[in-house]
Design a protein around this ligand. Structure first.
Ligand SMILES: C[S@@+](CC[C@H](N)C(=O)[O-])C[C@H]1O[C@@H](n2cnc3c(N)ncnc32)[C@H](O)[C@@H]1O
Length: 270
């Protein structure tokens, strides 16, 4: 998928103020990721990087788990970073995940909720590894290949353009992570279905959370009432018993460790 980097950035910049109001799925994913982290890492990490921190929603949750930890809350959208909660242990930072502005081998934990799907995964995973201390952990969530499959199917007989981003399958992400030299890699996924009163509500929600399609070949125009009518018709087969319109997300969890003996030597990519 060809990602338009600046477009994603400005889209999140614009969405910052409204983000928490609309990001129901992101909140759910965040809480689930925190639960997994708390099961996995019982001792407090000294240095944590929350990569693609958005408004800093994870900050209070991370501090609840690890009250003495130091957190760098990093995002490339300045308006998001402006909203990170103020706390003596927290350093907000504007930085791109493709070239993370932190010291090499300085992090015990890199945490990232629903950011990497906007990025070149390989570059970001290498950057995370560079930022981690030997033995450091990465815990992240992303979207899987089956995300928004109802919407994809509903668009199918309307036009040939992509309307839903293409996401990397969980198994492929795990392979990539292992090939980059991480160990103890675990990737698994679960489905979360959100329901909406109408297709318009669904589309608006995707836009408000900065999650609309960013593929180069996407349609650049507004969706016309005629198309919305057709989409709504195509969605009939998916409607729930309550008559609602579902949007199913495949939430992928990726957990991996930087080997204890990895001192940051050049990578051997297989
Ligand atoms: C869906 S939001 C998730 C925000 C936050 N992690 C949460 O759980 O609420 C994705 C965030 O990733 C950020 N992001 C996307 N691409 C990025 C990149 N290349 N570098 C840094 N941040 C990025 C966006 O600006 C946005 O704030």
């Amino acid at each position: 998928m060809s990602l338009e980097h600046h477009l994603i950035q400005s889209s999140f910049d614009k969405a910052a103020k409204q983000y928490e109001k609309h990001a129901v799925l992101q909140r759910e994913s965040l809480i689930r990721l925190i639960e997994r982290l708390s099961d996995d890492l019982k001792t407090s990490p000294q240095q944590v990087l929350d990569l693609g921190c958005g408004t800093g929603w994870a900050v209070p949750e991370l501090l609840k788990l690890y009250p003495d930890t130091q957190i760098i809350a990093a995002d490339f959208a300045q308006s998001m970073v402006n909203l990170v909660p103020k706390h003596p242990n927290v350093t907000p930072r504007v930085t791109d995940a493709h070239a993370i502005d932190v010291h090499v081998q300085s992090m015990d934990l890199v945490f990232s909720n629903l950011m990497i799907q906007w990025c070149d995964e390989s570059t970001v995973l290498q950057e995370i590894k560079r930022a981690l201390k030997p033995g450091g952990l990465m815990h992240l969530t992303t979207m899987g290949e089956h995300t928004l499959h109802e919407l994809k199917l509903a668009w199918q007989d309307i036009d040939d353009r992509p309307h839903v981003n293409e996401f990397v399958p969980a198994a492929k992400l795990a392979d990539l992570t292992m090939n980059l030299g991480y160990e103890d890699v675990i990737a698994d996924s679960e489905f979360i279905t959100m329901t909406y009163a109408s297709v318009i509500d669904m589309m608006r929600d995707l836009k408000n959370i900065g999650a609309h399609n960013v593929d180069n070949n996407r349609s650049k125009g507004l969706t016309s009432p005629k198309v919305i009518k057709q989409l709504t018709k195509n969605f009939e087969e998916f409607r729930t018993e309550d008559g609602l319109y579902p949007a199913t997300y495949e939430l992928v969890y990726l957990r991996a460790k930087k080997p204890n003996d990895d001192k940051g030597l050049p990578l051997k990519i297989k």
